[in-house]
Design a protein around this ligand. Sequence first.
Ligand code: ZN
Length: 467
Amino acid sequence: MDYEAIIGLETHVELATKSKIFCGCSTAFGAEPNTQCCEICTGAPGSLPILNKEVVRFAVMAGLALNCEINKRCHMDRKNYFYPDLPKAYQISQAGEPVCINGFLTLDSGRKIGIERIHIEEDAGKLVHDNGSTFVDYNRAGVPLIEIVSKPDLGTAEEAAEYATKLCLIMRNIGISDCRLQEGSMRCDVNISLHEEGKPYGIRTEIKNINSFSNIAKAIDKEIKRQEGILCSGESVKQATLRYDAGKDTVYIMRLKENSDDYRYFPEPDIPGFIIPFGLVKECKKNLPELPDARRERYLALGLTKETAGQLYRYKKISDFFDETLKNGVSAKNSANLMIKGIFSFLKTEEEKETFDVKITPMQFAELVKYVDERKLNINRGAEILGKMMANGEGVSSYIIIGETEGVSEEDLEALAKEAIEANPKACEDIRKGKKQAINVLFGYIMKKTRGKADTKLAEEIINKLL
Ligand SMILES: [Zn+2]
């Protein structure tokens, strides 16, 4: 039997505000346990929370980036549940009037995935299990979150992974979160149900806290197969919360649910309802940076290949640096290729690429690109020099060897190309037969004679002409 999958994602994103949502405690990651909490974030009797305006601003930014309507009137609600990491026994969240509603995110296929709502809320503390004992760290209690709830518009595991990846890039790009799944600053819960086409939706299950984008796709695939197995054998799927075990590549049931959770939401009495001023929305709209998809399109229009554009646009700081470089009138293609060859081999991890902490300025980099544009340095030598510039923070002039940028004249290059052809008849025959790779033999000859100074692109043109 053919079943259709209905998938929705609930994504928690930790906001990069300096202080917590209802008090002045720091949100910095990695501090000693219980050193960043006060009577408000631990909910001591008599303490009064005050809403951090920056949290609302960040949520509005997220809403605008995801094409949402921004609610004019909002209020906070108490979501009641008991768990040791929640000292108040309720979480302050938003039920009825969230900050944003009715948005969408567009997948590369052009399909629009609806965003039902984005609300603000506080994070809970963290339980640390050690040697049979459990400790609680309240540093995370009160850290601001937005929860982005998609409509159940996703049909496949790949679509869900793409949606989550895009969400992450957008949030990073507008600067409201670093969205690190491994560190928990982005957490995805996936809802899945199967049904036959034309029939009502099936019972849904939820996979909690998947810690990487590729695991989102794997977990969903496993769960779809598990539910298919149950339905095909004539049984019915039970409402449950599951976890994905990446090591064993399998999903397992954490707990079965009898009925849906009843959180007994009620309006938070300590925080008055609030209005989101039109001026704030206008200001956020004005400050919204170019979003990742638009950036990629612009890079493609500059003549970059899909791969090159794809490597640059996903890192905000790298893209910003690239854009600044272009303001100096240098070629986009050479700049991009040099960055990928020189900078990407220097910054290896994803985190290094995101932080992009480099010692050179776009202007210094543009000076180097100019040499390549003018064919005074070839791209490999340019990348080599770039590596040195990155390590020491000095300009291009510190690394150029005297005479190096004089290059090889077209006449000299043509004479050398002729020599190379005469010396390598076999390679020339291969090229004529269509084995394009064989041209590297001729390049090798020319590079050796010019100590790497020749422009390979020009050499290629000359060789092709001569052959
Ligand atoms: Zn506090």
